[in-house]
Design a protein around this ligand. Structure first.
Ligand code: IVH
Length: 675
């Protein structure tokens, strides 16, 4: 490869790695398999080693991805969370051992082999044995504070179990993975399927998406699990080896891996890896490999780390299960927000214990990128992926009959021209009254997180849409009693109950209506922020970019530029404007949030950033107090910040405040300000 070629390839790879890391870590919506991602990373690392002149010195944080999201408080890990080097080859695993043999001058090194859990990394801090914090990996140095959500995990003890001879450290960061069982994943997907909503691809994505909900009540409705296996910072130290540490984790009553293999020498490591592979399918969580760790903590420290990963550990990844089959057709599914998802209709094939007949193709770009054609033989993979994905085409079996798929430029259901929103890969049908969308939209509109109308199940919705009684959302409020009575199962009482719930829903809280409209990217918590800020649906519908972003800063905390664009784009559709006008015309009267009586305004115009642990209240409680008094709470410190409210163990935000000269106050001072 010539220098210019290498430079160009490195640039391309860097962009791809960054894009897929963002999709995986931050959005929990990966478009390529883990294996393909690992390959991109590996190619980049190899090229950078070969052409060091083009390598950029990446800080450790750039190397591990970043899962942090807007709306969460950032929290610094006392000890950074590193990533692991990984390999798919036995040879490289042996080479890992040889490097350590050379370093320590002996080959009987003791290791612990444990499952590599396919969840999302978390660090849980216990102080004096009490659970005080849970933080995602973030960029490895600081992550999102998900304590409130983690507290909803039933199996995570609030307190470490003490016992004779069981030490309880002053402070310990315990590392592990949050996951969701296959059964819970299937339960949720089944409900979504019934509601006509898009399905989650695998338990890992669903678990990641769930733990990053801003509202802990929503998290509590899904059963999340946790497994703990590692140690971060620990004061005073309580274990001197990984084996010893695993014993303590069990004694403290924490959920941990079913089995670990303390072994000596690389042959025993390999045997353990093989045995783990044969057992792993019976575990509650998905596994995608084995982690091999040097057992002795002292030797670990001596071996040290590279910028990205420790030298004393490696992940050996198992090959995902794959099968080859033919694409009979490509169909398009139209989702609630009009997203067109291409689906490969396959000749049924047996894969990892179940028959696969369909696989998602994600979007138009993916079909082009992989050059997938109708009639092609393709490899499908289920790498913890419950919905299989098409990995690659077998070009050797391509015939001239295999034709390029023309992605429709019209919605296959209502024939409206499809559009692509700026910055999105998805194609959308912008027609709000597309029948495919109406059914899904209506289901969303009446669901618990929106208008919460009792008695409108999926079967009833189907009837209403099929009979043409409901073509648009406002039709719901104009259903006729005598027509409803002609539906087979209807009895007088349930019809009257349904009509009464629909009537009551006209006075719904404003945020419910906003959420119910199904504006892309706008979830429950954003809907609440929008309702509190605009207070009238007409004002939201008329908002321009200046109302959302001023001097590149969010005017409404929690509403960034992507959401602002989606909202403006939504209301720029005349049909959507008409929909809102019609809802109001027929008597829907959304209720703005009530400002507490005699609302205090002492903090109006003041912006606060909260950091660290406060002595008597949680940060959430403090935020409510500030907002009730008219102040705003923001996630990051800038020159515009009025005060940083800092507790103990305040992180980088405190440093930033000092740097910018922003006044720092404590809880007592906040209470004084509140009067
Ligand atoms: S050890 C410095 N052990 O895999 C040591 N990690 O690809 C790093 N993971 O960031 C972690 N199971 O989130 C370790 N038994 C296990 C694991 C494990 C899953 C995750 C972890 C890590 C990632 C690296």
């Amino acid at each position: 490869m010539t220098h210019p070629e290498a430079q160009q390839r490195i640039g391309t790879l860097r962009e791809q790695v960054a894009r897929h890391a963002e999709l995986y870590y931050r959005q929990a919506k990966p478009e390529i398999s883990d294996r393909d991602y690992d390959q991109l990373e590996r190619e980049l690392a190899d090229l950078e080693a070969q052409f060091p002149e083009f390598a950029v010195k990446a800080s450790p944080t750039q190397r591990v991805g970043d899962d942090r999201l807007e709306g969460f408080t950032t929290c610094r890990h006392r000890q950074p969370m590193q990533s692991l080097d990984n390999t798919y080859s036995e040879e490289e695993l042996r080479a890992f051992h040889q490097r350590l043999v050379k370093l320590f001058g002996r080959d009987d090194l003791a290791y612990v082999v444990e499952p590599k859990i396919d969840g999302l990394a978390v660090s849980v801090t216990y102080e004096k044995g009490k659970l005080v914090r849970a933080v995602t990996r973030g960029n490895g140095v600081e992550g999102d504070d998900i304590t409130a959500n983690a507290r909803t995990i039933y199996s995570l003890p609030k307190e470490l179990r003490a016992g004779p001879g069981v030490p309880i450290p002053e402070v310990i960061e315990i590392r592990g993975e949050i996951f969701m069982t296959l059964a819970e994943f299937q339960r949720i997907n089944q409900a979504r399927e019934e509601a006509g909503e898009a399905l989650y691809a695998n338990p890992r994505n669903l678990a990641a998406g769930t733990i990053k909900q801003l509202d802990p009540k929503e998290v509590a409705q899904r059963k999340m699990e946790i497994v703990l296996y590692g140690v971060g910072m620990c004061e005073p130290p309580v274990a001197d080896s990984q084996k010893h540490y695993h014993e303590l984790v069990k004694q403290w009553g924490l959920p941990t891996v079913e089995r670990t293999w303390p072994v000596q020498g690389i042959d025993a490591v390999w045997a353990a890896v093989r045995e783990l592979d044969s057992l792993r399918h019976s575990f509650a969580y998905g596994t995608d490999g084995a982690v091999v760790k040097l057992d002795d903590f002292r030797l670990q420290r001596e071996a040290g780390s590279t910028a990205k990963a420790p030298r004393w550990a490696i992940a050996y990844k198992f090959e995902p299960e794959r099968a080859e089959t033919r694409i009979r057709a490509i169909t398009i599914q139209v989702g609630r927000t009009g997203v067109l998802t291409p689906v490969a209709e396959l000749e049924p094939v047996l894969l990892a214990g179940s028959t696969v007949a369909r696989a998602t193709l994600h979007n138009k770009d993916e079909i082009a990128r992989k050059d997938i054609r109708l009639g092609d033989y393709v490899l499908v993979e289920k790498a913890g992926e419950v919905i299989p994905a098409v990995i690659a085409v077998n070009l050797q079996r391509r015939t001239p009959e295999c034709v390029v798929y023309q992605f429709p430029d019209k919605c296959p259901v209502c024939a409206t021209a499809v559009v692509q929103l700026e910055g999105e890969v998805a194609m959308r049908c912008p027609n709000l009254i597309c029948p495919a969308q109406v059914r899904r939209r209506l289901t969303h509109f009446v669901s618990k997180a929106c208008l919460d109308i009792d008695g409108l199940g999926i079967a009833m919705i189907d009837e209403l849409v099929e009979r043409g009684w409901v073509k648009e959302l406002p039709d719901l409020f104009q259903l006729k009693r005598d027509e409803l009575m002609t539906l087979g199962k209807s009895v007088e009482k349930s019809t009257d109950n349904l009509l009464a719930s629909i009537e009551a829903a006209k006075q719904c809280e404003l945020w419910r209506l906003i959420h119910g409209l199904g504006i892309p990217h706008v979830g429950v918590s954003a809907s609440k922020d929008l309702a509190a800020h605009f207070r009238e649906i007409e004002k939201l519908a008329a908002a321009t970019m200046d109302n959302f972003i001023a001097n590149k800063v969010s005017v409404i905390s929690g509403i960034g530029e992507t959401m602002a664009r989606a909202i403006i784009g939504f209301f720029s559709e005349p049909k959507n404007q008409a929909l809102v006008a019609e809802l109001l015309r027929i008597g829907v009267q959304p209720q703005a949030p009530v400002k507490p009586a005699g609302a205090s305004t002492v903090l109006v115009g003041k912006t606060f950033v909260l950091t660290g642990t406060l002595p008597t209240m949680s940060r959430d409680e403090a935020a409510v107090k500030i907002e009730t008094a008219g102040g705003k709470v923001s996630g990051s410190v800038s020159k515009k910040t009025s005060y940083v409210l800092a507790g103990t163990e305040a992180g980088s935000k405190l440093d930033k405040a000092k740097e910018l000269g922003v006044p720092v106050i404590d809880e007592a001072e906040l209470l004084r300000l509140l009067g």
